[in-house]
Design a protein around this ligand. Structure first.
Ligand code: NAD
Length: 355
């Protein structure tokens, strides 16, 4: 039963970590290390069950393999989850114990920040292992990746617009942004600069107040996110929002956003979007800015924001290429992106056979 889950996406290694003294219960999943050490964030979340935590870490680690490969980075895919409430159960001792588990993997897994973790927590992980990234800039790291992720989503969205209309201009285009968090805010700023019409929804009122103060945006309701006529729907909150229920309501021609695992079912929902004439810019391709930002830390070079942004520019051509391949091969953009990411892994894996 357990190994069936590991064989579904061909995971290399999964480590269950337990420490009674600190209350740490965590899972580290190493999906694939063909291209390099597996890198991915540590997520701390109050999972309803151990099963749910395992499913999440397996899905997310596979996503990291695909993301790094499609972005042309020499990194594999990994992820870690800590089971617990980040607000009430997190302590320095627990995070440092986690750091020791990461250290024991000898660099096969490189940690970073994810939901429920902060840059400050990465400093605690760093106290126990050098195999951690996403440290604050004052500690020699690359800092908050969200503005770079937002930039990557923006260029991916422009590529999808180019594919659909022949022009990548977002001026006057109506974009619905779902989630005005770290990435959503950055995306809104870039779109506003280009003269897009922005409609936004967030469950957290202070986030809406902040964007409404900074930019000319229209605040819409939860239901209107899916039904309002727009050029682009940008999911920047949760995964799984593109599903049979929402696809039937969508009144847009492009889906392009930051959230991971946007399609509830990759095959079914990818095809349903095509059937409705909606272009999908694959999430793991256009939200790669975060890992692109971190690669400089892995390489051990001084952080340059300019270099991170210019590496993100490649997302434009990659997205265009994927959309063209999907059209010419009669497959979904998600399938085309998977093929391109997997082809690089297979080719480099083949080269590794030779000394
Ligand atoms: P965040 O926590 O800063 O922001 C998420 C926002 O979504 C919050 O303001 C929250 O209130 C809102 N939200 C939650 N549920 C919602 C709902 N049902 N409807 C509308 N809004 C809702 O997170 P973030 O860093 O901005 O990341 C956004 C998404 O992008 C996440 O799915 C994340 O996994 C993904 N992502 C982020 C990065 C990054 O660099 N931060 C990189 C890759 C992918």
């Amino acid at each position: 039963m357990l190994f069936d889950k590991l064989t579904t996406y061909d995971h290399e290694q999964v480590l269950f970590c337990n420490d009674n003294a600190t209350g740490l219960r965590a899972i580290i999943a190493i999906h694939n290390t063909t291209l390099g050490p597996s890198l991915g964030g540590i997520r701390m979340w109050n999972y309803a069950s151990d099963e749910e935590a395992l499913t999440d870490v397996l899905r997310l680690s596979r996503g990291m393999t695909l993301k790094s490969s499609a972005a042309g980075l020499n990194l594999g895919g990994g992820k870690a989850v800590i089971i617990g409430d980040a607000r009430t159960q997190k302590s320095e001792a627990l995070i440092r114990r986690m750091g020791k588990f990461v250290n024991n993997l000898g660099g096969k897994y490189i940690a970073a920040e994810d939901v429920g973790m902060t840059e400050r927590d990465m400093i605690d992980v760093r106290a126990e292992t050098p195999h951690v990234t996403g440290l604050p800039e004052f500690a020699g790291g690359s800092g908050n990746p969200s503005p770079i992720t937002a930039y990557g989503v923006y260029v991916g969205m422009k590529a999808a617009m180019k594919h659909q209309t022949g022009s990548d201009s977002m001026e006057g285009k109506r974009v619905i942004v779902q989630g005005a968090g770290s990435v959503g805010r950055g995306l809104i700023e870039l779109l506003a600069k280009e003269g897009a019409e922005i409609l936004v929804y967030d469950i957290y009122q202070p986030s809406l107040d902040a964007v409404a103060k900074a930019h000319k945006v229209t605040i819409i309701s939860a239901e209107e996110v899916y039904t309002t006529q727009a050029d682009v729907y940008a999911p920047c909150a949760l995964g799984g929002t593109v599903n049979p229920d929402t696809i039937s309501q969508l009144n847009c021609s492009i889906v392009a956003g930051a959230a991971n695992n946007q399609l509830l079912d990759e095959v079914r929902d990818g095809q349903a979007l095509i059937d409705r004439g909606i272009i999908y810019a694959p999430d793991f391709v256009i939200n790669a800015g975060g890992v692109i930002n971190i690669i400089q830390e892995v390489e051990g070079v001084a952080y340059s924001k300019e270099r991170a942004l210019s590496m993100c520019d490649r997302i434009y051509d990659t997205t265009l290429n994927i959309l063209k391949t999907a059209d010419s091969s009669g497959i979904t953009p998600h399938e085309a992106a998977l093929k391109i990411a997997q082809a690089r892994i297979d080719a480099i894996g083949h080269n590794r056979l030779f000394m």
